[in-house]
Design a protein around this ligand. Structure first.
Ligand code: 9WN
Length: 426
């Protein structure tokens, strides 16, 4: 497992530590994001973790994704959590007893999996792997197109902040504030058993998270006419940029397995057109989440606005704008490192609280990937270096204070290790 000069893998202490964290978080079938805070398998984490594993053990990388796909619903949705049997209910809230859908949750997460599957295949998982996962990954996209396209324009809407992956982002404050949480059933948070309350969401936010999940559960997780029932309904630029990147990846996978790439190319064109037209807030000159309940853009300078860099067909003028915004003082501390998850200059910027300011390895990695595809390797390299700088100072934490590198959230966090490995291998 450990790298050696003859294996061709990096032998830096950082790479060794990253491999050791993945190995320690491996359960035999998949990787827990964290042994303490997140003791099950999470959807988009699995994609990042598979990319990390692809550098260490391609068979495990394939198994990671295929374990997750084993939890896929008949309607094609990939649940945001696949619960592990044998982990006590009290280990994580909301657990399987809350969701009441066997061993899975009922909401989804950003569809980054086709991108991960291609990365895994490139590093030797073999053509049979792609043949196995292709129909399932295509089904995930079909689900989003069929059930989450609330405006009928090609975008996928989210019904819960947890579906964004950036759960506690200030971008969701206004849509969440409009949700009446007075009817929420009693519950007990478990995250505070393992993490500092100053790093985690507030109780008011949790009440709304729980209430939204309960409402969806009461409907049997039927999407139906989303605009008629969902108290939270947002089109998120990050979710949709990954949906688009996934459509491109699916076209490539289809071509490799002898299926027809044309439907995926058509889907990509449609998502691209809708992203560029519908999620561009002309008034502020930026991409923004669209709140389908309030019928307006969310007016927050948040990292999700930079994610359309992942669109390979983004017009050059918009690439330039996003790249300048990313490198501006709103997101980049000249004395620190990495892109902050929220505007550093905003009055409610919080440098250490979950998604409300800290830098994260996965958002650095995604933005670097987008920049590289647009020929901005210079800025991408700065982001990669920033991630390494943060990990060298703060350890393999879940997130970091971008000014100091101090680590927060969970320690020995899998996607931080996985993406550091990907950076070092490159
Ligand atoms: C809820 C596992 C997950 C990540 C999310 C991150 C956090 C969960 C939580 O942890 O969310 O899904 O309990 O806070 O926000 O992006 O997938 O690492």
């Amino acid at each position: 497992m450990t790298g050696s000069p003859s294996s061709g893998h990096p032998v830096t202490p950082l790479a060794d530590a990253a491999r050791a964290i993945l190995a320690a978080n491996w359960t035999g079938r998949s990787t827990v994001p964290s042994r303490t805070l997140y003791p099950h398998q999470w959807s988009w984490d699995a994609a990042f973790n598979a990319i990390g594993w692809s550098h260490v053990d391609p068979a495990r990388a394939a198994q990671e994704l295929e374990s997750l796909l084993g939890a896929q619903w008949d309607d094609g949705r990939i649940p945001h959590i696949a619960f592990h049997a044998g982990v006590p209910e009290e280990a994580y809230f909301p657990g399987p007893a809350f969701w009441r859908h066997g061993a899975t949750s009922g909401i989804t997460q950003p569809p980054v999996h086709p991108v991960a599957a291609l990365e895994v295949a490139r590093r030797g998982a073999g053509p049979a792997f792609l043949e196995r996962v292709y129909p399932r990954l295509a089904a995930q996209h079909d689900y989003l197109a069929r059930s989450r396209d609330a405006r009928g324009a090609g975008l996928a809407a989210i019904v819960h902040p947890w579906e964004s992956g950036l759960d506690n982002a200030p971008a969701w404050d206004e849509p969440l504030a409009a949700v009446d949480a007075s009817g929420v059933s009693p519950y007990r948070r478990r995250d505070l058993d393992h993490a500092d309350p100053a790093d985690r969401p507030s109780d008011a936010a949790y009440d709304r998270y729980v209430l939204l999940a309960e409402r969806y559960r009461e409907r049997g997780y039927e999407d139906g006419d989303l605009r008629a029932w969902s108290p939270f309904l947002v089109e998120d630029p990050l979710f949709n940029a990954l949906y688009l990147a996934g459509a491109h990846a699916l076209a490539e996978i289809a071509a490799r397995v002898g299926a027809d790439p044309a439907p995926h190319r058509a889907a990509a064109e449609r998502i691209h057109a809708a992203l560029v037209d519908r999620l561009w807030d002309e008034e502020h000159g930026r991409f923004a989440p669209y709140d389908l309940v309030a019928e307006r853009f969310v007016d927050r300078r948040s990292i999700v606005s930079l994610a359309p860099l992942l669109d390979p067909d983004l017009p050059a003028e918009r690439v330039d704008r996003l790249a300048s915004e990313l490198a501006s003082e709103h997101f980049w501390d000249p004395d620190g490192a990495g892109v902050t998850s929220y505007d550093r200059l905003a009055g409610d910027f919080e440098p250490r609280r979950y998604w409300r300011g800290p830098a994260w390895a996965n958002t650095n990695w995604l933005l670097a990937r987008g920049l590289r595809a647009h020929g901005r390797g210079d800025l991408a390299a700065r982001l990669d270096e920033a991630t390494l700088w943060l990990v060298e100072r703060g350890g393999f934490c879940e997130y970091f204070d971008a000014r100091t590198g101090e680590g927060h959230g969970s320690r020995d966090f899998s996607w931080t290790a996985a993406l550091v490995l990907d950076i070092l291998e490159r």
